[in-house]
Design a protein around this ligand. Structure first.
Ligand code: NAP
Length: 432
């Protein structure tokens, strides 16, 4: 019997486990570990609460977790409670699927002022991530800004603009729903350091902005090149740019404005003990398409500033790490140690991108460890013994089911669940 440990229970972890299960059938046991007592990583803590159809992919992961060869072992911090070297001793292969949970920094003065929050923190706050339950972002000013032109920037801006009514059917946590309902924010500026042709926003996500109850998206037509210039764009991007252009035609009187400010590079964040404004430099594109400052500066008022400029992974002791991810070659880090998903590639692509990624690494493992060969490691049995010695209380898939039932029962009308936002509350739900 082969034993595999997949570290991380987000999309990359689940697709890898699914692929290993398909490759080995009943000749392998696959344990999906997570530092939290509950599974799904990005699906639970990252995907926007008003995007329930995307979150529904967890049903597919449930099937994987329920299959005979796969177990979920939660509440185990790899690199803390147990080392990678110990896992490699217990398992035939270890696959790091730990995602990219940390915010990249802008590297500009004033970035650490109160009122400046990274998108991982802000998203974690409204999605019930236990590390950010107490973030309490300042929503008492009238102006907010989101820095970045990707889908995460759109998520953050959209969530800031929505009404309580628009959150019906979502699983936004109660503390965020109440705070946002009382928010004074009326202007949300989305800052992109390059132009409309360089956005990383996809059409579906952008299209939603045209139909918000209380907010209207605003663009400056002079930021756009002539419409013929859209012709050579890749179809998805062309569609996004067409949607953006269309925002100039919207003539609606709504209380909130979402302003797209292109060619706007943040130079500094200023304020008296807390963020009050961003000093921005107007940019133009150089011949390689990069943003080049023009020397012209101006100020954007904002007492809440969300930076949504990409993520990096968490290093783990003794695992080579560079540029925000594990050093790997096609997923392989070293003998019997692999990485998949954002921990392997960096924070790009959709949830579905992780499927071929996980299957590719599983194929590599299957090629080096053929069915029926070797395999006399202890796997979960040894791991659980080690955890018991260290007084770590792991959770399993049945425990998650109990937590899920309680979260479902606690849901406000129309919502799928009311998430627990503290690790202890998860454990309380299990009577531990
Ligand atoms: P992203 O797509 O890489 O976008 C990052 C943005 O930040 C880019 O516009 C980038 O501009 C900008 N940026 C980077 N460094 C900057 C700096 N120093 N100053 C100003 N701007 C800076 O990353 P993301 O939005 O975090 O999304 C991560 C991945 O998750 C993406 O693949 C995304 O599509 C996916 N996602 C999908 C959905 C969905 O499908 N609904 C939702 C959320 C996220 P430059 O281009 O100039 O570098």
């Amino acid at each position: 019997m082969r034993h595999f440990a997949v570290v991380g229970s987000g999309p990359a972890g689940f697709y890898t486990a699914e692929a290993l299960e398909k490759a080995y059938g009943d000749k392998a046991r696959i344990d999906i570990l997570d530092r939290y007592p509950v599974p799904y990583g990005l699906i639970r803590f990252g995907v926007a609460p008003d995007h329930q159809s995307l979150k529904a992919v967890s049903k597919r992961y449930d099937k994987v977790a329920e299959s005979a060869g796969v177990d979920f072992i939660g509440n185990v911090n790899v690199g803390g409670d147990v080392s990678v070297a110990e896992l490699l001793d217990l398992y035939d292969a270890v696959i790091l699927a730990t995602g990219a949970p940390h915010d990249r920094k802008l590297g500009i003065p004033g970035e650490d002022l109160p009122g400046v929050v990274g998108s991982a923190e802000f998203v974690g706050w409204y999605n019930g991530h236990p590390d950010f339950a107490d973030l309490d972002p300042p929503l008492d000013g009238t102006h907010a800004a989101v820095i970045g032109n990707g889908n995460v920037a759109l998520d953050c801006a959209r969530i800031l603009s929505k009404t309580r009514h628009e959150f019906e059917g979502s699983d936004i946590v109660a503390h965020a729903l109440d705070a946002l309902d009382n928010s004074a924010i009326r202007t949300i500026t989305i800052l992109g350091r390059r132009g409309p042709h360089q956005i990383a926003m996809t059409p579906k996500e952008l299209g939603e902005l045209g139909h918000l109850e209380a907010a209207v998206p605003i663009v400056e037509p002079s930021d756009f090149p002539p419409v013929e210039a859209d012709e050579p764009l890749e179809p998805g991007l062309r569609k996004s740019v067409t949607l953006l252009r269309g925002f100039a035609e919207i003539d609606a009187n709504k209380p909130k404005r979402m302003i797209f400010d292109f060619f706007a590079k943040p130079l500094a964040i200023e304020g008296d003990g807390k963020a009050e404004k961003i000093v921005v430099e107007r940019t133009e594109l150089d011949d390689k398409g990069a943003a080049r400052g023009t020397g012209e500066t101006y100020e954007v008022p904002a007492t809440l500033i969300v930076t949504a400029i990409g993520y990096s992974s968490s290093p783990i002791p003794d695992v080579p790490f560079e540029g925000g991810k594990f050093v790997n070659e096609a997923g392989r880090i070293s003998d019997r140690l692999y990485s998949v998903g954002w921990a392997r590639r960096g924070p790009t692509g959709t949830i579905g991108t992780n499927r071929p990624d996980g299957y590719e690494v599983a194929d590599q493992i299957a090629a080096t460890m053929p069915l029926g060969s070797g395999g006399n490691r202890q796997g979960a049995e040894g791991l659980k013994r080690l955890l018991e010695e260290r007084r770590i209380m792991p959770t399993d898939y049945d425990d998650w089911r109990k937590i899920e039932e309680t979260e479902t029962a606690n849901a406000r009308p129309g919502s799928p669940r009311e998430k627990f936002v503290r690790v202890q509350h998860w454990m309380d739900a299990l009577g531990r």
